[in-house]
Design a protein around this ligand. Structure first.
Ligand code: SF4
Length: 194
């Protein structure tokens, strides 16, 4: 890619970003509230906490608490306190919240990308991940990504002959991970070395 086409890509990304970064309120929510609700609907159980949300949305803990309160009042989010430690809270998107996400402004982008053929969809995703990784390295920032590519994920291969499924364990949280959870976002993700 020449320098010009690299710059052109960023100009296009900037225009795309206006779809999910906006000043006004869309369907009753500001962009950060949409970002929070969207993230919590895709996050694994370790990342559905107020501090992980604050780090993902890029706010202070105080602003994250305000966002959580707004979403709770609207009936899109609920909090569960841990039985062991009452200070520890898990956030869950309610059925109403899941239905409301059909109106998410980013769905227009998801639908447009879905129209690409499989090869272009995969290379578009991989190119964005590469750019994010490169810029993370420069800025020392941490990013969320899906568990499947994380260096802490250990897979015990299944056996198709006796239909034993593969089993996953997170070495960071020392916990079992289900197959479905391997596709969810985690804020403790670390890129596996290539
Ligand atoms: S393996 Fe990585 S991404 Fe998955 S839960 Fe553990 S830290 Fe998070």
């Amino acid at each position: 890619m020449t320098m010009n086409s690299a710059r052109e890509s960023i100009e296009l990304l900037g225009q795309l970003a206006r779809i999910f970064l906006f000043e006004e309120v869309k369907h009753g929510l500001r962009d950060r509230e949409w970002m929070a609700l969207r993230f919590l609907a895709r996050a694994n159980r370790f990342s559905r906490t107020p501090s992980a949300l604050a780090s993902h949305v890029g706010t202070t803990r105080g602003t994250a608490s305000y966002i959580i309160q707004e979403l709770e009042q609207k009936g899109y989010l609920e909090k569960t306190r841990s039985a062991k430690d009452k200070r520890s809270v898990t956030l869950s998107v309610t059925q109403q919240g899941k239905k409301f996400l059909v109106r998410d402004p980013v769905n227009a982008l998801v639908d447009a990308i879905a129209l690409l053929d499989e090869e272009r969809k995969t290379s578009f995703r991989d190119a964005l991940r590469h750019v994010l990784d490169q810029s993370d390295t420069g800025q020392q920032r941490h990013r969320a990504d899906i568990c499947r590519g994380c260096m802490f994920l250990r897979e015990t291969r299944g056996n198709p002959e006796n239909e034993t499924p593969a089993e996953f364990t997170c070495r960071l949280f020392r916990a079992a991970i289900t197959d479905v959870e391997t596709e969810l976002l985690c804020t403790s993700f670390e890129q596996r070395r290539q």
